[in-house]
Design a binder for this molecule. Structure first.
Ligand SMILES: [Zn+2]
Length: 293
């Protein structure tokens, strides 16, 4: 008989077999060993394509510093992560860069993988479109299903930074295919975007999600997700050793900046500046920088 493998990496509970024996009412049975589950989790996490920068993110280390919008977003995130895979609707985090949207999305994804063994997948929307475009065959007008399948079939998908790429017929068709397939199969998706769902009343010229992804896509997303607006400090502007007081200070500065922006220029680009050739947008544009494209 071959002796069981020995060495520092071999699990002492199961001798590296992945199965451990236990007694159940006097009957000897076997079950998956803890090491097998740990390996499985490690593999699923590695396959989820979580960017290194967000690798550490968990729901427990998300700081809300008495900010209602973040507290609400955190409790909705916990609910989704705890109830997964029994979730009827996905989540859509909206807000300025650095408020914590991707942190929450990754934290939910990680918890679903680690506690439920979910097949999770993270994609920056622009990266995904780039990958799909790379396999697009212009002659037969098809995309490799090998690329699309994991995106459409993941138990939980995070599509980060939706709207970063301006829509075109191809982009719209591709994203609609992914989103509609997941919707029809009742698979949960989490989205993030730096664009507001609709322009704020005070600044109607600000570019919104509707402008970036189109009417059809936006209404489908409303059917499948709860939209959550996050406001707050820009974590990226802070040093890692700065705590809650710095976050509150940065948040106040941002609010002040927004107020100034509403009186004059806005932090987000106005429609006419990006749309350029669109005559309607030019007419709607209420002013500011004359002659800019
Ligand atoms: Zn083991």
């Amino acid at each position: 008989m071959i002796p069981p493998a020995q060495g520092p990496d071999i699990c002492s509970l199961c001798n590296g077999t992945g199965w451990k024996a236990f007694q159940d009412a006097g009957v000897e049975r076997v079950a998956r060993c803890d090491c097998w589950r740990d390996n499985m989790s490690r593999r699923l996490i590695a396959e989820a394509r979580i960017p290194r920068r967000y690798y550490h993110c968990t729901l427990n280390d998300f700081t809300t510093y008495d900010n209602d919008t973040l507290e609400d977003a955190l409790s909705r995130s916990r609910k989704m992560a705890d109830e997964f895979p029994v979730v009827k609707r996905g989540l859509f985090f909206l807000g300025d860069p650095g408020v914590g949207k991707t942190h929450l999305a990754v934290a939910i994804l990680k918890q679903a993988i680690l506690t439920r063994g979910a097949r999770g997948l993270f994609y920056d929307t622009r990266d995904l479109l780039k990958v799909i475009r790379g396999t697009y065959n212009a002659v037969v007008k098809t995309t490799e299903l090998d690329v699309l399948r994991p995106v459409m079939e993941a138990d939980l998908l995070v599509l980060d930074d939706l709207g970063a790429e301006k829509t075109s017929e191809w982009v719209e068709e591709t994203l609609n295919l992914i989103v509609n397939t997941r919707y029809n199969e009742r698979r949960a998706t989490i989205f993030t975007s730096n664009y507001p769902d609709v322009p704020p009343e005070s600044t109607p010229d600000v570019i919104s999600l509707h402008d970036r992804i189109g009417f059809r896509m936006r209404s489908r997303l409303h059917e499948m997700c709860d939209f959550l607006d996050l406001e707050g400090a820009d974590y990226r502007m802070l040093l890692s050793n700065e705590g809650v007081p710095a976050l509150k200070r940065n948040w106040e500065e941002r609010k002040m900046h927004d107020k100034i922006g509403q009186a004059g220029r806005t932090r987000r680009p106005a429609k006419a500046q990006l749309r350029g050739g669109d005559g309607k947008a030019d007419l709607k544009w209420s002013g500011g920088r004359g002659g800019s494209k």
